[in-house]
Write a protein that binds this ligand. Structure first.
Ligand code: MOS
Length: 701
């Protein structure tokens, strides 16, 4: 394979369509005779619907239908519900009973001739409830925490090694601390939305916001008993998605329900407020206890975590295994529990598990470094692991040592003075902190198709997604190189359930998985072309498909992407305001396919990490069991004014084990460790250890 394009910082091929407004999102398709649906959300957290009065809504001219549990047929007649990212338990399907399981649950759907009318009519739907007591407070419910069934394909929490309790008790130096953090809700620019085109013959075409067109197709087929030929799901452009789109969301189900009831095309978009009724990063409590010899050699790690799940599903994350993986230590005990709350099920949000787990571990490592009077980077290097410490396999590659070195050098870590509050400038307290990041380098089965046309162009396709990550661009680069064609002769298609089978766009595994399939399909097509030419055949269309499985060599190796994050904060001593002045992150991602899109991914992750450390917080009013700050006015995310210097260094690795492309994936590593680096920097600046995210000024002052 040539590498004319792989490794080049190409601009996004879909960029012009996006900035000129030509790229259409799920709600924007012009469909004749379309009706508009609007969701009515519950105002209690737990109980039953006593009565629905839709009279006033239905009297308005132009209101077509009000769907509730009373007039909605029961679905999912038999069998398993398809949902590739589901948790153990019974998935929530709206309007199937009078039961209310969480506040803001969809309880009715108004369909009308216009969006405005549907929205107004929804405000007239009266719902009476029989409310019962709810539990929405993680801390209050933590006594009921239990070890959940592992969520396939994630392995169970690793078993203890050594005797951590004994080692802790005997330790020369130890820290034993608790960290808490609130839920964070997905808030991409594009809300979840669906346009259902009623094709007349009972067939459906959906434009849906999702991270998996075939997953949504499979879900709809299973709940409505369609065959795959009856349902086509398209999602060529997605206005951001960080995990919520891994599962089919309820607006897709409701839009199909309405289309079936009216035998008509239907559009449905959630409001920003309703976005807070979807999946979210769970509330978390963590305890990390570490002990070490005076020279910094770790001798015990205890990491316990409790997150919330819903009443009806066991969603759990791999929060604690990172603490068994990353550092050499003989005595390790890990415990991961969940507790049921009357909230919707949490879900995967960018780097699920690692985001919370490495936040706590890496803050505790900083606390240990302080207790040892040791440099935080030196403490990591002292305990550096050249093998996976859980299963003892060698890493396929691990350049974390280089990440520490290059990151520290670029950041100017050497200028850091060790004592807290020792780097002030006037009344600005300056602090420097660092942390380690890690994320799995997965590879999963995928397939792709390559059509070589007689005019020398190629169309390559797979039912994957581009959620803003750059999939269109990098797949085209991979295809052009495999075919030996100029890139402007190659078109890549995605986001259509009719294309060759692809996994959900998540887990940072799209390049490794779909990219490998794209390369294999293109190599097959090219080989066919060469063979045809040798036989003197004339130009015809060549059409090849390939499916790839995870590389067999992965079985003997442990595959992770690593990073070292360095942050500088400036804290106003009088006001407690925190500015993240600089972040330098060094990432070891195997091979970089496109340095520009790669850097954007990591930058985006860092921005999110700044939000995680300082801003993001879904706040529940425990009286109502309801998220109060469900708008961008009150749910804070970083804006331009919050973002200053961000510097991304790639430490490329030659990794022939991880997958044929050697690329580990960059969608998630960027966020991991950032909150810890910032929290550690805040401590270094102020001498105050805030163990409850987000670190707001009231906690610092
Ligand atoms: Mo990512 S949480 O796998 O979309």
């Amino acid at each position: 394979m040539t590498t004319a394009y792989i490794g080049q910082p190409l601009s996004r091929l879909d960029g012009p369509a996006k900035v000129s407004g030509k790229a259409k999102y799920a709600f924007e398709y012009d469909v004749p005779n379309v009706a508009y649906a609007y969701v009515v959300s519950s105002s209690i957290a737990r109980g039953r619907i006593k009565r629905v009065d839709a009279t006033a809504a239905l009297q308005l001219p132009g209101v077509l239908q009000v769907l509730t549990h009373e007039n909605t047929p029961r679905v999912a007649p038999k069998g398993e519900i398809v949902d590739d990212a589901r948790s153990p338990g019974v998935p929530f399907i709206p309007l199937q009973s009078d039961e209310v399981l969480f506040n803001h649950q969809p309880v009715a759907l108004v369909v009308a001739e216009s969006f405005e009318l549907a929205r107004y009519a929804a405000s007239l739907v009266r719902i009476d409830y029989d409310a019962v007591d709810h539990a929405t407070d993680l801390k209050a419910a933590s006594g009921r925490a239990y070890v959940p069934k592992p969520r396939a394909p994630l392995p169970p929490t690793p078993k203890p090694r050594g005797d951590a309790a004994k080692a802790l008790a005997a330790a020369a130096v130890h820290v034993d601390v608790e960290y808490t953090a609130p839920a964070e809700h997905h808030n991409p620019m594009e809300p979840f939305a669906t346009t259902v085109v009623w094709e007349g013959d009972g067939k459906l075409t959906l434009y849906d916001k999702t991270q998996g067109v075939q997953n949504v197709q499979g879900y709809l087929c299973s709940v409505f008993a369609y065959s795959k030929e009856d349902v086509r799901v398209l999602s060529p452009f997605v206005g951001g998605a960080f995990g919520a789109g891994l599962r089919p969301q309820y607006q897709a189900f409701l839009a199909v329900l309405a289309a079936r009831a009216l035998k008509r095309s239907v559009k449905l978009s959630l409001t920003r407020q309703q976005m807070f009724s979807l999946h979210y990063r769970p509330f978390v409590w963590q305890r990390v206890a570490l002990s070490a010899a005076p020279d910094g050699k770790l001798d015990a790690i205890v990491h316990e975590a409790i997150t919330n799940t819903s009443r009806f599903e066991d969603y759990s994350e791999q929060i604690v295994p990172w603490s068994g993986l990353l550092y050499q230590c003989e005595n390790v005990t890990l415990d991961n529990r969940v507790t049921k709350l009357d909230l919707n099920t949490p879900g995967d949000v960018r780097a699920p598990g690692a985001s919370w787990g490495l936040y706590a571990l890496e803050c505790a490592m900083d606390e240990l470094a302080v207790a040892l009077r040791m440099d935080p980077v030196d403490l990591r290097l002292k305990n550096y692991a050249d093998r996976d410490q859980i299963d003892r396999r060698a890493f396929s590659s691990k350049s974390l040592r280089e990440c520490y070195r290059l990151g520290a050098e670029r950041f100017g870590w050497g200028r850091r003075t060790s004592n807290p509050r020792s780097m002030r400038e006037g009344n600005t307290l300056v602090g420097m902190g660092m942390a380690t990041g890690a994320w799995d380098a997965f590879q999963v089965p995928a397939s792709a198709r390559c059509v070589l046309n007689a005019d020398g162009t190629a169309t390559v396709s797979s039912a994957t997604e581009d959620i803003g990550t750059g999939t269109y661009t990098v797949m085209t680069q991979i295809a052009a190189d495999a075919l030996g064609l100029p890139i402007d002769r190659v078109t890549f298609k995605l986001g259509d359930s009719q294309l060759p089978e692809a996994p959900l766009e998540g887990g940072s595994f799209t390049v490794s998985s779909v990219g490998s399939a794209v390369r294999a399909a293109c190599e097959k097509a090219r080989a066919r072309m060469v063979a045809d030419e040798q036989r003197g055949g004339k130009a015809t269309v060549i059409d090849e498909q390939a499916s790839t499985m995870p590389s067999p060599r992965r079985k003997d190796a442990s595959c992770y992407c690593h990073s070292a994050v360095f942050a500088e904060v400036r804290v106003d001593e009088d006001l407690g305001t925190i500015q993240v002045a600089r972040v330098v992150t060094a990432v070891a991602p195997g091979r970089v396919i496109n340095p520009r899109t790669a850097r954007s991914q990591v930058m985006g992750g860092i921005v999110w990490g700044i939000g995680m450390a300082l801003e993001e917080e879904s706040v529940i009013d425990q009286t109502f069991g309801r998220i109060m700050n469900h708008s961008f006015g009150e749910y804070h995310v970083p804006v331009n004014a919050d973002i200053h210097d961000i510097d991304v260094i790639f430490v490329e690795e030659q990794d022939e084990i991880v997958n044929p492309l050697g690329a580990k994936g960059l969608g998630e590593i960027g966020v991991v460790g950032v909150a810890a680096a910032i929290a550690n920097a805040v401590f270094h600046a102020t001498g105050k250890r805030v163990r409850d995210l987000p670190i707001t000024l009231d906690k610092v002052i």
